[in-house]
Design a binder for this molecule. Structure first.
Ligand code: NAD
Length: 354
């Protein structure tokens, strides 16, 4: 139960184990659908949020980022890294944790693991965008890059759009085999492919979710037929892209927050004033999504702070009535608020008399 949040200094902590318990209790597909609704709700009230491109500390092999935002009542931030080389030493490419706070007091309301939550929110956001951008026939999705994010993408597109045919490709066939195995019994028809070209045959949606810190060409122009929706997830850092520039020039491009995507997304390959469309405007009904079944649409996903805020907000609501958190002694709480040093002295006395 969430009773301990009433105690001023106790912060509920959602460990990795408890996040898994929460997701499994709710059910992955239900979780994705409900989370997508929170993400949509926050995109629809976009103008309420403080927005800034994330603060990134780059190194030769990766990046560490802080992603803050607030709607005036709640404040959230996520710490996240991106290190494609990590899988070679048994580590994740992406790990994360985050905090949701009360703006009125500045006190944290929640501290949560966000590695699993990021995979869920990234997939849910992709599916939310796709709702407005996929062609009317959208049964088959290609997924290029079959690592940590891939099953979540597949499940979000199934739960939210009914996509049930997958064509998988990864330069590492073991990754494709694992992804296919993990999705067994979930109602997908799955084809494991041997090349990127083979994987895009007959695809209505192409998801690219590879990890490589370079300007890669996962998709060339001739791989993208008319009417396809591209969900480009892996290019999310300066110097880290997945699509050939020619694809961008013939696509309608939708982004989260242009100021951040121009630095990090596929559109870093284009001039800084190249016209792009904003996802929130489509969700809020102020701009049109896909116009017909011939245009190529591109969601140039990089991940934006409001999506993590929505995810933390959703998790906080879901804690009520469930035993999936630990009370964390995170905040100093002296009996007299200004007597912080006195609290330290009294603790010292207690230790010597114990
Ligand atoms: P991961 O390392 O677990 O998996 C990446 C997979 O891509 C690996 O299996 C690898 O073999 C494969 N790959 C690499 N180069 C390839 C190529 N040329 N062709 C085909 N496959 C190739 O990484 P992950 O956690 O799944 O993340 C994937 C990407 O998504 C990363 O680049 C990460 O930064 C990005 N990401 C973006 C968002 C977002 O919001 N847009 C969120 C999370 C992660």
């Amino acid at each position: 139960m969430l009773a301990s949040t009433n105690t001023l200094n106790i912060v509920p902590f959602i460990s990795v184990e408890n996040m898994m318990n929460l997701v499994l209790d709710i059910g992955v597909e239900t979780f994705l659908k409900e989370l997508a609704a929170y993400i949509e709700e926050d995109f629809a009230r976009w103008e309420h949020f403080d927005k800034t491109p994330r603060v990134a500390a780059h190194s030769p092999d990766g990046v560490i980022e802080l992603m803050p935002t607030s709607d005036g009542a709640l404040y959230g931030f996520k710490y996240v890294n991106g290190h494609p080389k990590n899988t070679r030493s048994g580590r994740q490419t992406v790990t994360a944790f985050g905090v949701l706070s009360d703006v009125d007091t500045g006190y944290p309301l929640l501290l949560s693991e966000m590695t699993i939550l990021t995979a869920l929110r990234t997939a849910a956001t992709s599916a939310v965008a796709a709702k407005h951008l996929v062609p009317s026939r959208h049964k088959t999705m290609t997924i290029i890059g079959n690592g940590a994010q891939s099953e979540f993408q597949a499940l979000a597109f199934k739960a939210i759009l009914g996509v049930d045919r997958l064509r998988l490709y990864d330069i590492d066939p073991a990754a494709t085999a694992r992804c296919a195995r993990n999705l067994e019994g979930r109602g997908f028809e799955i084809v494991a492919c041997h090349s990127g070209h083979e994987s895009v045959e007959g695809a209505d949606i192409i998801t690219t979710v590879t990890a490589d810190k370079q300007n890669a060409t996962i998709l060339t122009d001739n791989m993208v037929g008319s009417g396809v929706h591209i969900n480009a997830v892996g290019g999310d850092c300066p110097g880290k892209t997945e699509l050939h520039r020619d694809i961008l020039l013939r696509s309608r491009i939708f982004v989260e927050y242009p100021e951040q995507t121009r630095i990090e997304g596929e559109i870093q390959q284009l001039p800084g004033d190249y016209p792009v469309e904003q996802l929130w405007q489509v969700i809020a009904g102020r701009a049109k999504g896909r116009a017909d079944d011939r245009e190529v649409t591109l969601f140039d996903s990089v991940g934006f702070a409001t999506e993590d805020f929505s995810a933390l907000r959703y998790v906080r609501d879901k804690l009520v009535g469930r035993n999936v958190h630990q009370p964390l002694d995170l905040l100093a709480d002296p009996d007299e608020p200004r007597d912080l040093y006195g609290m330290l002295l009294r603790h010292g006395q207690k230790r010597t008399t114990a």
